[in-house]
Write a protein that binds this ligand. Structure first.
Ligand code: LLP
Length: 380
């Protein structure tokens, strides 16, 4: 874990708000995954954090990439990933993505039967199955439920495989991803087992991709075991696609306290808010918060600079008495922090810094204000 002194140094050098990443935590998480899922292929869902420095680091450890846009595709290529290291996913892929993916020999995750007509002959694919199960997570994060927009219904899966083969496509196997931030072990077990039942009809397949979605304190070995059992039903190699698990705990959002106020509640006012970390507002997510100063504790809410009542990064937190300019570390912000940040309120995206081998290194500079309107076309 980064020490208070290291965090203070980063804020001093690079300013706030600032995302900081601890390389050793990423390496530790990679090692945990590679140990629990030994023999499986790991594809990082780069939507969690697509910073090129992190991507290079993961690729150097043998990890491929799941991409869902042309931009993510190009990032994978920028760090040298070839077609066999790339999974092209998404419910509404574009013509350009199909063209680039098949030119490079990437594997597509087919999300609906009608997509088969859009793929060039010979394209490699996995069919995404929707197991149609209730999943225990925030409703925005559940993807394996019958009403979700993802995947092919279980009972249609075999027909989709047959049609793909008839069209001259190369079906490598099946895919499922039931949602994100899931800690209930039974959710994975039930979903994987349901898909494994298809083996009686499909016969052997090369790949079973069990997706990601592992909550930070999920039982990794338990998930690995049920995933392995499902893959073995098809005689398939297991693939997985973690995002959050690899990078969330490595990242911290550093923000300064710029003021305080009281209404019916007591607030600390911060220089970061919903534009830097959407998760509390969007999913009611609670991120651990560490104060980098001392004082008598009192209960406060953390308010960002946006003119929206929901712009709160935390509620009812016991934090030291207000001190102007004090620093707060909002933890577990390495996944879906920077990647979901926005320019709302014409606020520049924060810088990103990596702590590695005892040193800080800037891995993304802070956006300049002028960049925020450079694409606009005023008449005069
Ligand atoms: N594979 C597929 C097909 C996915 O759609 C996702 C995430 C992953 C893998 C990686 O899931 P993870 O291991 O990171 O849970 N913005 C939300 C999370 C959305 C996840 C979307 N799909 C959040 O901040 O919690």
């Amino acid at each position: 874990m980064l020490t208070d002194a290291q965090l203070l140094e980063a804020a001093e050098r690079f300013g706030t708000p600032l995302y900081v990443y601890d390389a050793s935590v990423i390496d530790r998480q990679v090692a945990r995954v590679q140990e629990a899922f030994a023999g499986a292929r790991v594809f990082y869902a780069m939507k969690a954090n697509p910073n090129l420095t992190l991507l290079s680091r993961l690729r150097a450890q043998g990890i491929g990439f799941e991409v869902v846009s042309l931009g993510e595709f190009e990032r994978a290529r920028r760090v040298g990933a070839g077609g066999d290291e790339i999974l092209v996913n998404g419910p509404a892929k574009t013509e350009q993505e199909y063209a680039l993916g098949s030119e490079l020999g990437a594997t597509f995750i087919v999300d609906r039967a009608s997509e088969l007509d859009l793929l060039p002959s010979g394209a490699k694919l996995l069919v995404r199955v929707n197991p149609g199960l209730e999943v225990h997570t925030h409703s925005h994060l559940a993807t394996g439920e019958a009403a979700a927009k993802f995947g092919v219904r279980l009972e249609e899966t075999v027909a989709v495989i047959e049609r793909a083969r008839a069209l001259g496509l190369s079906v490598r196997g099946l895919h499922l991803h039931i949602g994100s931030a899931i800690t209930e072990p039974g959710d994975f077990g039930l979903a994987f087992a349901r898909v494994a039942e298809l083996a009686a009809q499909t016969g052997p397949l090369e790949v079973l991709d069990c997706g990601g979605g592992w909550g930070l304190d999920a039982d990794l070995h338990g998930i690995a075991q049920v995933a392995r059992e499902a893959a073995s039903a098809f005689g398939a190699q297991l693939w997985v696609e973690p995002g959050r698990f690899l990078v969330a705990q490595a990242g911290t959002l550093l923000t300064r306290v710029v003021g305080q106020k009281s209404t019916a509640r007591d607030f600390l006012l911060l220089d970061a808010g919903m534009s830097e970390l959407m998760r509390p507002m969007l999913y009611g997510a609670r991120h651990p918060v560490r104060a980098l100063w001392e004082g008598e504790a009192r209960s406060v809410d953390l308010a960002g600079p946006a003119c929206e009542s929901g712009d709160l990064l935390g509620r009812d937190l016991a934090l030291p008495e207000y001190r102007p300019g004090a620093l707060l570390a909002i933890e577990e912000a390495g996944a879906y922090g920077a990647s979901m940040s926005s320019n709302y309120l014409t606020r520049p995206r924060p810088a990103e810094a990596l702590f590695e081998a005892g040193e800080w290194r800037l891995v993304r500079r802070r956006q300049r204000l002028e960049e925020l309107w450079e694409h606009e076309l005023p008449e005069d």
